[in-house]
Design a protein around this ligand. Sequence first.
Ligand code: WTA
Length: 672
Amino acid sequence: MTNAGSGDRDANADERTSADERAGGGDPSDAAADPSDGGVAPPSWFREEAALTDPGIYDEFDTEWPDAWGRAADLLDWDRPYRTVLDDSEPPFYRWFPDGRLNAAANCVDRHLDGRRNQLAIRWFGKRGERRSYTYFDLHREVNAAAAALRELGVEEGDVVTLYLPMIPELPITMLACARIGAPHNVVFAGLSAEALATRLDAADSAYLVTCDGYYRREDAFNQKSKADNARLRIDGDLAATVVVDRLGDALSVPLGEDEHDYGTLIDRHDGETVAPVARDATDLLFVMYTSGTTGRPKGVEHATGGYLAHVAWTARNVLDVRPDDTYWCAADIGWITGHSYGVYGPLALGTTTVLYEGSPDYPDRDRVWDLIERNAVSVFYTSPTAIRSFMKWGAEYPDAHDLSSIRLLGTVGEAITPKAWRWYREHVGGGDAPVVDTWWQTETGAIALATLPGVTPMKPGRVGPPLPGIDARVVDETGDPVAPGEAGYLTIGKPWPGMLRGLREGEKRYRREYWLETDDGWRYRTGDGATVDDDGYVTILGRVDDVINVRTRRFNTAELESAIVAVDGVTEAAVVGDGDGGVVAYATTRSGVDPDDRTRAAIRDRLAATVGEIARPDRVVFTTELPKTRSGKIMRRLLEDITQDDEFGDISALRNPEVVGEIESAVRDDG
Ligand code: WTA
């Protein structure tokens, strides 16, 4: 890592002493940037080489919208070039590049064969220390064989194929095989239950399943196939074919039933065959991804081929600054949207090397992530604030013991990152001066929608940043009018954008109802997030609108209170919930080596009272070694609320660490 300009350091220093402006972050050492200081400039060494450095890009998208999005589409190879950028004749249904035709797999694989066939596409690290590498040539060969195998089993263009696999190369390979033959995929996170799989098979009307015999978690092997078998018993129809990958390495120990096939045998049979990529309309379905709504059954978010791939490629290049010769690592599981967009489609569309890691970040030791970055000379690393908080909790000695000088850019996604975590990440992983890009987006947006452009826009720790060029995001009040700077409102997006969902599997009515607001000013997409915006147009995400808690009849956002709590020295994570009585209970975890004691407890109480107001002084502070989290890493406040209020637990099937429930219950009792 080279010279950060002294200007950058000054900006940092200012920011540290600036008055805290962000609600709830009262400690000056944890303050967000003062809006008047313009934030932390991208370092000059980064700007010199960044993919995008022209500040005129914002104006260009303003004046040439929607045609400017052609810049994104031009990153792709089209079988039939599009002439229309956007068909918006029937809002809120939007069709991007509607007369263009392309194939996503050809864009992610075939076109890189030309002169770069020996470039690594995937570097995989398994849970038991295994490694596998695929060049683009290897990837092409196996994707073709898998596509031929799916065809042999009867999969046709338009058939939905459900993939229920852990983080093994066969997952991106079968995704690309589906894309090659125009069969939309429906990836279900491998850790979800049989019931969740059955619901998604039924809802997607999917008759094809690719799964595996099992997978390892630490030392133990889990039987994935039996979960798939259970799901099969629960679904309405029947599966036409199931493909089973041998992950346990014991030559497929599970017995195969009727219509069940061994992946390895199928690939051997079709090895060396080629399957011509099917040219798809840009608006054709590339995949469906189920995500939880606020209530009821999961929603099947549909993504179209052309707009999605264009937006993902454009942002991977210009926001994450990914280049063809990089080794890039997105730590998210492919079972979620982040893994789809920035673990598979984005990096492969750009022809880079993407790292796929099956294991845990703390196994065999807590330096595993840093060890992998060092060994692979990873230059761009993209992870979540949840992961960063774990890293902080484990201690800086782990990253500090490794040479991380290959890092050029760091990204985060999934929830708000506190200024404290942002600085820690930059300091201990980013060599003190790498850009840390906080990216906001959703399953539904398909790709990054709000973020700083690292070669152009200053960063403000704790704030996501302005909308990307071409994204018409606005924070509005109940009536749809923009709120004043600093005031909380709803984050909405006005004009359509290429990566946006094409619709919901559940139909047009649900799509309109879930997301769209018709205003005098046209249709606005409702993100479901609360936010504020500062004088520079930087957005701070307050969390889901439904994460609001009532404390003594005043409304607070959980993120607001929690960022104040984690500003207390030694505290790593916090969650606040209502006690059902108008009061608030704070749950907190502390850094290893820091004993949660009465002093810390008092400090948390005082901090909340001082920064948010006496009214927010928690009635109780409960320490726990871990907070309950969903599989995507979000704190399950609803469960904490149930425990606090001694209610029956609602649905906790998405809970990743059920073992903490008992501990929290007794902590609540003990603290009385
Ligand atoms: C939250 C993940 C604050 C937000 C890509 C959004 C964020 C939800 C950020 C989508 C961020 C995502 N800062 N909050 N940078 N990024 N979120 O669909 O509440 O799993 O609505 O997509 O995560 O979650 P999803």
